[in-house]
Design a protein around this ligand. Structure first.
Ligand code: NAD
Length: 246
């Protein structure tokens, strides 16, 4: 895969899946803007990944705030001069059964997980249309397809990402821009560490591969969809779930 001279922006790139995606792109020689609501962790990740020999930069950005997103994309444009890859990875959970779910928890999850993808993609396509080239990869989830008790807000946000992915893919396919989603199953990260041990053991029983996924499993699929070689694949969802949903 030839990523020569390319620049990527990874949202929520400071830790977990986003950190692994950033690292795998850096190993391919891609310059990186690591955008995160936590500037300290983004700065730490940027410092560590610079040791791989690529240009890196940490950007403070809450993906749900249009003014912060606009400013961050402006800063990235001045610093890197181009943007080839956007990975919309930032996401949160605020779980609870529907009857008890607070309106503010619904709004927070939809705003960060779904509106964030809209805001960042909108900024990115402005640059990518001018370049006549771009790759957008959105991180959805298996729960967009299966549902999950306690995750009405989260599963709705991730199902929304799938529809958004297909629509942006259709709008910009003729401009050399592809838009795809990766839907991870159960991946071992801080987000899933928070689950109770008995819930984890129960989930394991429903995974044909017999193990949880790793951040590397997700990063591998993202790097392929972000590559020039994936140019005729658009509007698709790649499931990375050990066979849990097919
Ligand atoms: P994580 O909590 O470990 O990391 C999320 C990162 O996003 C953090 O660095 C956090 O600071 C950042 N972030 C949070 N809110 C933000 C905001 N408003 N603006 C910018 N950055 C923000 O989570 P993870 O497990 O690595 O998940 C990454 C993505 O993968 C999420 O979209 C998540 O929904 C999705 N996902 C995870 C799993 C899993 O099993 N871990 C499964 C399916 C999908």
């Amino acid at each position: 895969m030839d990523f020569k001279g390319q620049v990527a922006l990874v949202t929520g790139g400071a830790r977990g899946i986003g950190r692994a995606i950033s690292e795998n792109l850096a190993k391919k020689g891609v310059s990186l803007a690591i955008a995160d609501v936590s500037i300290e962790s983004a700065a730490q990740a940027a410092k560590e990944l610079a040791t791989l020999g690529v240009k890196t930069s940490a950007v403070r950005m809450d993906v749900s705030k249009s003014d912060e997103v606009g400013k961050a994309f402006g800063d990235i444009a001045s610093e890197f001069g181009r943007l080839d890859i956007l990975v919309n990875n930032a996401g949160i959970t605020k779980d609870g059964l529907l009857m008890r779910m607070k309106e503010e928890d619904w709004d927070a999850v939809i705003n960060i997980n779904l509106k964030g993808v809209f805001l960042c993609s909108k900024e990115a396509v402005k640059v990518m249309v001018r370049q006549k080239y771009g790759r957008i990869v959105n991180i959805a989830s298996i729960v967009a397809f299966m549902g999950n008790p306690g995750q009405a807000n989260y599963s709705a946000s991730k199902a929304g990402i799938v529809g958004l992915t297909k629509t942006i893919a259709k709008e910009y396919a003729s401009r050399g821009i592809t838009v795809n989603a990766v839907a991870p199953g159960f991946i071992a990260t801080a987000m899933t560490d928070a689950l109770a041990e008995n819930v984890k053991q129960e989930m394991l029983k429903s995974i044909p591969a017999g193990k949880f996924g790793s951040v590397e499993d997700v990063a591998g699929a993202v790097v392929f969809l972000a590559s020039p070689e994936s140019g005729y694949i658009t509007g698709n969802v790649v499931h990375v779930n050990g066979g849990m949903y097919m």
